[in-house]
Write a protein that binds this ligand. Structure first.
Ligand code: BTN
Length: 252
């Protein structure tokens, strides 16, 4: 990744403006700042070579090392609710990875992408000005940052593309493939979401432990509804959860 890449990104994708940083705290935080005046040409991209205070879901930190791809895409006031933006983004990333690495990518509700049974990508959508303002989609993908250098807890659950096949990839090539896939996904919206999700769903058939608000729920995942809620068959009956955290899952 170098400072000359923004021109190629603008030429090859739907992004109109690139805000590139050699080092920054969080690309999502920078995107929130850029969005505030309301005059930003969209879609816009905040791209970091190194992110020093990346944020994950639920206020968790997002670990990044050299060789990881970290960016935030700002798109226009999107008619889709944030829950669907998450799912559509996960599918778009998985679709793009099909052309980048020779293993099947899976989506873990609501917004993780897995390969080889481990997390390769995390997604953090935010709408700092509510539904009428721009939607920020923060994406972190482990590309050339081999997990041998990661902290122990991450090493055991995450994976980078280089861990799969030993290949070092151009981060700009990967980024452009992801952005092109996102453009297609955003243009086609949520049509057919349920069946598209089903073909890649990591959790379907697994026994899942989830937290929704202050409720702990466990049951077998049966996919998602049209609205993007996860379906769990619990001992007390069927539950659909539009917002929850998956604490654990296991296949029998
Ligand atoms: C998660 O899995 O919890 C979501 C992780 C999202 C990380 C990305 S990296 C780029 C963008 N900037 C951030 O601070 N977070 C997102």
């Amino acid at each position: 990744m170098n400072a000359g890449d923004p021109e190629r990104i603008v030429a090859d994708t739907f992004v109109r403006r690139v805000d590139f940083h050699e080092a920054i705290g969080s690309t999502n935080d920078r995107a929130i700042e850029l969005a505030a005046p309301g005059d930003l040409e969209l879609p816009a991209l905040v791209l970091a070579q190194r992110q020093t205070a990346g944020r994950g879901r639920g206020g968790n930190p997002w670990w990044t090392a050299d060789g990881a791809l970290t960016f935030s895409l700002l798109i226009d006031d999107c008619t889709l609710p944030p829950a669907l933006v998450s799912l559509i983004t996960g599918l778009a990333v998985a679709d793009a990875l099909d052309g980048i690495v020779d293993v099947t990518s899976r989506v873990k509700w609501p917004n993780d992408v897995y390969i080889a049974g481990r997390k390769v990508c995390g997604i953090l959508p935010e709408q700092p000005q509510g539904a009428a303002g721009p939607t920020i989609i923060g994406i972190g993908v482990n590309v050339n940052n081999a997990m041998t250098a990661a902290p122990r807890d991450i090493r055991d659950t995450a994976v980078a593309l280089i861990d799969v096949d030993g290949r070092t990839r151009s981060l700009t090539d990967v980024l452009i493939a992801l952005l092109q896939s996102l453009e297609r996904a955003i243009a086609s919206g949520s049509g057919d979401l349920q069946s598209r999700w089903q073909t890649r769903c990591l959790l379907t058939g697994a026994h899942v432990h989830a937290t929704a608000g202050n409720r702990k729920i466990e049951g077998y995942c049966r996919g998602i509804t049209d609205d993007g809620a996860i379906i769990l068959d619990t001992p007390a009956g069927r539950e659909t959860l539009i917002s929850a955290t998956i604490d654990a899952f296991a296949r029998s």
